[in-house]
Ligand binder design. Structure first.
Ligand code: ZN
Length: 235
C-alpha cells in the first residue's frame, strides 16, 4: 500500500510537471502566434512599377558618343527604384538587364515586348507606373527633361504637373510644360507617367546623361515628385 501511495505521488508529481510544461508551452505558442499575427500582417504598401524603356535589339535612340538610350534608361530606373525602396515603397521592374522582353527576336518583337511589360504591370497591380525614356530630335539644340502623363487620369496629370515643376526647380534646362501622352505603357497602367529624361541628340545633354551624378539627380527629382504628390514618408 505504501508502495502504491508512493508511486501515486510520483505519478501525480509527473502529471503536475507535464501540465505546467505543456500549458506553459501552449501559452507561449499562443502569445507568439498572436504577436506574429499582429506584426506580420502586411500593411498595404504603396507600389510602383518602374519601366526602363526599350531593351535588347531595341536600343532606343543613340547618342553621338554611341550611347544607347536602353542602357541609360535602365541605370536611371534602378537608381529611382533603390531610392523608393529605402522609403518602403514596393518596387517592381519591367526589366533589370539590357535584354528586351520579346523572347526570341522575330517579327512582331516590339508588340511582344510591350505585352510582356503590360503583363508585369497587371500582375503587380501597382499604384503607379513610371516609364523612363530619353528623347531625340533632329535639331540637336533641343534639350530638357519632360514628363508625359496618362490621358484621362487626374492622378497622372496632377503628378505630371507637380513633377514637371520639380524638374524646373531642380534640373537646369528642363522643359517648362508636361504633356498628355498616348503611350501603350501608360494606357495599360492604373496611373502613370513617362519621363523623357533629356535629349541624347543634344551632345551637351548626352555628356551629362551618361554620368552617375546626373542620373542620380534625375532619379532623385522623380522620387521627390512621387513622395510629394502621394504624401509618402519613410516607414
Ligand atoms: Zn524611348
Amino acid at each position: 500500500m505504501i508502495v502504491v501511495v508512493k508511486n501515486l505521488k510520483i505519478v501525480l508529481c509527473y502529471l503536475l510537471i507535464f501540465t505546467v510544461l505543456f500549458c506553459g508551452n501552449a501559452y507561449m505558442a499562443y502569445l507568439n502566434n498572436n504577436t506574429q499575427a499582429s506584426s506580420s500582417t502586411p500593411l498595404p504598401r504603396f507600389s510602383v512599377v518602374i519601366d526602363a524603356g526599350h531593351g535588347g535589339v531595341d536600343s532606343g535612340c543613340v547618342g553621338s558618343k554611341g550611347v544607347y538610350e536602353r542602357d541609360i534608361n535602365l541605370s536611371i530606373a534602378q537608381k529611382l527604384g533603390n531610392m523608393l525602396n529605402t522609403l518602403g515603397v514596393k518596387v517592381t521592374y519591367t526589366r533589370t538587364n539590357a535584354d528586351g522582353l520579346y523572347g526570341t527576336f522575330a517579327s512582331g518583337h516590339k508588340m511582344r515586348d510591350m505585352r510582356a511589360r503590360e503583363a508585369i504591370i497587371k500582375k503587380a497591380n501597382p499604384n503607379l507606373v513610371v516609364s523612363i525614356h530619353l528623347n531625340s530630335y533632329t535639331n540637336t539644340a533641343a534639350h530638357g527633361a519632360q514628363v508625359f502623363y496618362k490621358l484621362n487620369s487626374d492622378i497622372s496629370r496632377e503628378l505630371g504637373q507637380e513633377l514637371q515643376e520639380m524638374f524646373v526647380e531642380q534640373v537646369e534646362g528642363s522643359r517648362k510644360e508636361c504633356s498628355p501622352g498616348d503611350f501603350y505603357i501608360l494606357n495599360c497602367s492604373p496611373a502613370g507617367i513617362l519621363v523623357e529624361c533629356g535629349f541624347l541628340s543634344n551632345p551637351d545633354e548626352e555628356a551629362k546623361l551618361i554620368t552617375d551624378s546626373y542620373q542620380e539627380k534625375i532619379a532623385y527629382t522623380i522620387m521627390c515628385g512621387i513622395v510629394e504628390y502621394f504624401g509618402l514618408s519613410e516607414s
